[in-house]
Design a protein around this ligand. Structure first.
Ligand code: GTP
Ligand code: MG
Length: 339
């Protein structure tokens, strides 16, 4: 049984699969990239342990969730007991330590939702964000990594979508579009909804992994090696899925009614979540529920103008995949801000 919106794809779509797979391969980080990243982590560990010998260093975000490209930054979380000092005081001290150890462009960004120190590594040139005790991000990093091991088409799809979003200028949260993390959740959600399914809903299965972060329970089935064949019945190629992905967000998803929920493996209504009106700065025009912090809407920065831009971009992409002679090229043409 396939629903109506799954059957309208052009008949020669598969001729583009080799091109998209080649592109995916070229986006994957090289061994050299991974080595440099490890060297950065080692020198950072050395600097931090001088001042905070008990601190634990976790990689999170795309450097650890397997969705990182050669262009991704390195996200690091320090886990430590902070006693009477505030996170901001620690970050300012950390910035001093890093400057002394000759990291470049060290800057404490303390006004953000998650305060960080940002710096760049003179050896590799990588940009690096460091936060303190943000263990929810460490937990969602593991969740994404585990999803990626179930069906390789998730990684392929997400790499292409992230690459597209960067080039089209719709991966900029400070401008009202979406984070990379939000795009990966959209990919997981989409693959959970395919018929037959390509991905399960790990949080709805037996909880083999649990981590409690300041009262928020992060629990799901993490024995993903047992799910290697989960998506086998779904035979869709990456070209087909990429088209269906954009088609879904352009024409099928009900933005006014629904919230995207990877946690339940389906949509939930905005009414049910009480996300029907603007609450403070959260406009809730495109609702993406964080899998663990369930009152957190990852689309909160999307406004009336940017939701229109996003939907036009989804439509543009779907149309190109449907009709262009060379969608592997046209899909990724950089957005021209001048015109
Ligand atoms: P690239 O750096 O673009 O390759 O992707 P990324 O996955 O590292 O994304 P980004 O740098 O935007 O975010 C890094 C990590 O922070 C994500 O993977 C999440 O774990 C976490 N994160 C980002 N935004 C949010 C958010 O709004 N809420 C929560 N809970 N976590 C977030
Ligand atoms: Mg990152």
């Amino acid at each position: 049984r396939t629903s109506r919106w799954q059957v309208e794809c052009r008949h020669d779509i598969d001729t583009f699969t080799p091109g998209f797979l080649a592109m995916y391969e070229s986006l994957k980080p090289s061994e050299e990239h991974k080595t440099k990243q490890q060297q950065l982590v080692d020198s950072l560990t050395k600097s931090v342990s001088k001042e905070w010998p008990d601190a634990r260093l976790h990689l999170y975000g795309s450097s650890a969730n397997s969705f990182g490209t050669s262009h991704s930054d390195v996200d690091v979380c320090l886990e430590m007991e902070i006693g009477t000092e505030s996170t901001v005081e620690i970050l300012l001290k950390l910035a001093d330590v890093l400057r002394t150890d000759s990291f470049d462009n060290v800057e404490a960004i303390t006004g953000a939702r998650v305060p960080i120190v940002r710096m760049s590594d003179p050896e590799s040139g990588f940009s690096c964000d460091i936060c303190i005790n943000n263990l929810l991000a460490v937990a969602n990093t593991k969740l994404l990594k585990d999803y990626a091991q179930i069906d390789q088409r998730l990684l392929q799809l997400a790499f292409l979508v992230k690459h597209w979003a960067k080039l089209r200028g719709v991966n900029e949260t400070y401008r009202g579009t979406l984070s990379s993390y939000a795009y990966v959740l959209m990919c997981i959600h989409f693959l959970q909804l395919r018929e037959p399914k390509s991905l399960p809903c790990l949080q709805a299965m037996e909880h083999t992994y649990t981590m409690n972060v300041h009262g928020t329970e992060c629990a799901y089935f993490d024995k993903v090696h047992q799910l290697q064949d989960f998506g086998a019945e779904n035979k869709e190629s990456i070209a087909e899925l990429l088209w269906a992905f954009f088609h879904y967000w352009a024409f099928h998803h009900n933005y006014k009614r629904d919230v995207i929920s990877v946690r339940i493996g389906n949509t939930i209504s905005r009414k049910q979540k009480n996300w029907t009106a603007r609450i403070g700065n959260d406009r809730h025009l495109m609702c993406i529920e964080d899998p663990f912090e369930t009152d957190h809407d990852l689309g909160r920065g999307v406004d009336r103008q940017t939701i229109r831009i996003l939907r036009e971009e989804f439509e543009r992409a779907a149309t190109m995949l449907q009709y262009d002679d060379d969608p592997c090229v046209t899909l990724f043409e950089p957005y021209d801000y001048e015109n």
